[in-house]
Design a protein around this ligand. Structure first.
Ligand code: HEM
Length: 265
């Protein structure tokens, strides 16, 4: 309790030392105008999903909550889009699959970029926010939990409708019968999803390094280091393997180690 009291006296947004200008804008933030735009978007609900401004542990806590909430909203959009991707794959509507996957990739890139915002927090102030989290963990993120489940179903649907139904294999669409066909283009869109999931997890590791340090334990007492296993997870291993197999077979035909171009001339 004593610690919390100290934190609150140092860093919360109290009106005691606030200028008239600051007070005016804090009042606006606390009382959003609800015209048609606000009513349609439910801005009153949306803008009250964060802690009250005078209850924040530090100035940075608002950004901390917002980044997590925005990431959760983006994951909602990704999941909803992937549901459509599955439906469209079942109907072999390849152009629709590709255009929806493009949207997914764009959101994934936004999600990766947005993590960097939290690197603007000082490690000291983050510790004050961390005291607010109970033993909460990003591994409990509802969006992330669902996202981890979806690739397996997507892969089953892809195999059924784009490979087995057409008597094709990953090897044939990438190598022996390569023609830049729709199955190949969709496979590439899946590997891009996979790569961006890994990049998100690696970027998140860097964020942890900057804020609490890689040698720390999570609030559940687990070493943070084990997150590296997740960052190495491949959702579509066959799409990664096919490249290595192709390189091996090219190596067998053309020699694994090549002579320098200078030696030839
Ligand atoms: C300063 C900022 C952050 C810190 C210090 C942090 C720290 C951590 C730690 C320690 C874990 C491991 C938890 C455990 O073992 O139970 C974790 C997991 C996770 N966090 Fe964060 N996190 C931060 C920001 C974020 C943000 C903005 C997101 C947005 C979605 C996020 C999403 C996740 C996810 C999805 C996991 C599970 C990762 C996996 O299983 O690979 N984190 N985080």
């Amino acid at each position: 309790m004593a610690l919390l009291a100290t934190i609150f006296s140092i860093s919360t947004l109290s009106s005691v030392n606030m200028s008239a200008i600051s007070e005016k804008y804090i009042h606006e933030l606390n009382n959003p105008q609800m015209l048609d735009y606000g009513i349609y978007l439910q801005c009153d609900k949306l803008l009250s999903c964060q802690k009250a401004l005078d209850q924040l542990a530090t100035h940075d806590e608002l950004q901390f909550q917002l980044v997590h909430q925005v990431e959760e909203l983006w994951m909602k959009q990704i999941i909803f889009t992937l549901i459509d991707v599955i439906d469209k794959m079942e109907q072999a509507k390849s152009i629709a699959v590709l255009s929806q996957m493009k949207r997914v990739h764009m959101i994934q890139r936004l999600m990766i970029q947005q993590l960097d915002l939290l690197e603007t927090m000082s490690p000291k102030e983050y510790q004050e926010i961390r005291l607010q989290l109970g033993n909460g963990s990003g591994q409990e993120s509802p969006g992330f939990i669902t996202l981890l489940k979806m690739p397996n179903d997507i892969w089953q649907v892809f195999q059924e409708h784009y490979l087995r139904a057409r008597k094709q294999s990953v090897e044939s669409i990438y190598d022996t019968h390569f023609s830049h066909c729709d199955a190949y283009a969709i496979a590439e869109s899946l590997i891009e999803f996979d790569e961006l999931m890994q990049k998100f997890r690696w970027n998140h590791m860097f964020l942890i390094r900057r804020s609490i340090g890689i040698d720390a334990n999570s609030l559940k007492g687990r070493p943070v280091e084990i997150l590296q296993n997740g960052a190495r997870q491949q959702f579509f291993p066959e799409l990664w393997e096919v490249r290595s197999k192709m390189s091996d077979s090219w190596g067998k035909q053309n020699g694994k180690i090549r002579h320098s171009l200078r030696q030839k001339s």
